[in-house]
Write a protein that binds this ligand. Structure first.
Ligand code: INI
Length: 164
């Protein structure tokens, strides 16, 4: 029996892209800060000169999947993190944006085989979103950790496939 798990301890050799939605950037900027803090504390170079990290901005969560697809197709990154915040309003618009965003991101991940972390908050209010982006905890930090785990795991799955 093989137990295959990702590790968080070594970010060397990993290249990550983060795609961030500007819509509700009060929230998404905080998610990005949390994510970068996690990655840098695990050894990833997050400086302006970094060759390990690229960050792309899109207008809203709906555009996350197409930008993620373009980045994934370069095959430069072991993992891509998407960050967005969709907050319920008075119209059904919320449901459309959430549905298309989540389906789009999942389909990029499946089509390209590159793990894409779903870092899109879907909340009923700005207060709930802010609570998850730093007021109580910062889920951006968790998304960074998930990215490191998946990058490491995918490398091990490749090795396991090659050596089985
Ligand atoms: N985009 C978001 O990221 N969050 C939202 O809450 C949101 N709302 O509520 O409308 C939102 N809409 C914009 C959408 O993602 C697209 O950018 C826009 O429709 C242009 O394609």
């Amino acid at each position: 029996m093989a137990t295959i798990e990702g590790r968080f301890t070594d970010a060397s050799g990993i290249r990550i892209a983060i795609v961030v939605a500007r819509f509700n950037d009060l929230v998404t900027n905080k998610l990005l800060s949390g994510c970068l803090d996690c990655l840098s504390r695990h050894g990833l170079d997050t400086s302006e000169e970094s060759s390990q990290l690229d960050i792309a901005w899109v207008p809203g969560s709906f555009e996350l999947s197409v930008a993620t697809q373009a980045l994934a197709r370069t095959r430069k990154y072991q993992v891509i993190v998407t960050l967005g915040a969709v907050i319920r309003g008075d119209t059904p618009h919320f449901d459309v944006v959430v549905s298309e965003t989540s389906k789009g991101i999942a389909s990029v991940s499946r089509e390209t085989g590159i793990p894409v972390i779903f870092g899109v908050l879907t909340t009923d209010s700005m207060q709930q979103a802010l609570e998850r982006a730093g007021i109580k905890s910062n889920l951006g930090w968790n998304y960074g950790l998930h990215a490191l785990e998946m990058a490491s795991l995918m490398g091990k799955l490749d090795e396991a496939t090659l050596t089985s």
